[in-house]
Design a protein around this ligand. Structure first.
Ligand code: IPD
Ligand code: CA
Ligand code: CA
Length: 270
């Protein structure tokens, strides 16, 4: 087995280079296509970043498995699985908002052992390896210490599909809005999680995300002291269907809101 620090040293320059690819095209989008819906976008930069990352990984580790958002998957029987969002926050990117990231997680035997998230526009690099803490630009980070929702600011997001979960998702938003100092919707799940890790947000919840939205950010937040779980306090599903991540003090209070019977429909998401 490769050591986590060896794997981190390998992936860090690749992640930074992918960020450069995104920065290069920022403000000059050449190609946009719709994916699941007309508001689910994909740009030339998503594709270029993903090709660069997957090619670089496979050059060094040809047998490793890859799950990547824009489809450059490598399905193998390897114990290692890279989980890649080459551009998280595409809608921001398309609208020239410099809030987007490259997000890369690594699992070994289905357990996340490393996460790296880079916000190239601000040159902020977040990373963590299992049991070794979380860092932002080489400085250790930790979660906030707010003890009650009434002292907190939270983050969330909404999926591109406006379906049977739509009304309930706004009801949850309202529940938290009534209990906190406010909620923010950045449009970049990986950075939402990193902002919980560094204590900028006290908590984050979302549903209908994908593995590449949460894999890296969740280990960074956990290593910074956050609790990451499903909405009923079981393990976060790899799928990203539901996630709750907060500082350790408010996790229970957030669970009480999300674990309400009226939100049981969200468990239809596998
Ligand atoms: C999206 C972002 C956003 C979340 C969406 C995701 P993308 O990823 O993470 O915060 O609310 O559900 O799909 O499409 O920009 O990679
Ligand atoms: Ca994403
Ligand atoms: Ca993406």
């Amino acid at each position: 087995m490769n050591s986590s620090s060896e794997l981190l040293n390998f992936i860090r320059p690749i992640c930074l280079e992918a960020g450069k690819i995104l920065n290069k095209s920022f403000g000059e989008i050449q190609y946009i296509k719709d994916k699941s819906t007309a508001i689910d976008l994909c740009t030339n930069a998503d594709i270029e970043s993903e090709r660069f990352i997957t090619k670089s990984i496979l050059k060094k580790y040809p047998t490793h498995s890859i799950v990547a958002e824009e489809g450059s998957d490598n399905k193998t029987k390897s114990d290692y699985k890279w989980v890649i969002d080459p551009l998280d926050g595409t809608t921001n990117y398309v609208h020239n908002l410099p809030i987007f990231s490259v997000s890369i997680g690594l699992q070994y035997k289905n357990e996340t052992i490393l996460g790296i998230v880079y916000n190239p526009a601000a040159d902020k690099l977040f990373y963590a390896t299992k049991n070794e803490g979380a860092f932002l630009n080489n400085e250790p980070i930790k979660t906030s210490s707010s003890k009650a929702l009434s002292e907190c600011i939270l983050a969330t997001g909404f999926p591109y599909t406006h379906d049977k979960y739509y009304d309930a998702s706004f009801s949850i938003f309202k529940d938290f809005y009534d209990k906190t100092q406010g909620l923010r919707r950045l449009g970049v799940a990986s950075l939402d999680l990193c902002f919980v890790a560094m204590g900028r947000f006290d908590g984050f919840y979302e549903f209908n995300l994908k593995p590449w939205d949460v894999c890296a950010g969740a280990i960074i937040a956990s290593e910074a002291g956050a609790i990451c779980s499903d909405w009923n306090n079981s393990l976060i599903p790899f799928s990203g269907s539901r996630i709750l991540c907060s500082n350790p003090y408010i996790h229970k209070e957030m669970l009480t809101v999300l674990n309400n019977k009226k939100y049981s429909l969200f468990y239809d998401l596998k």
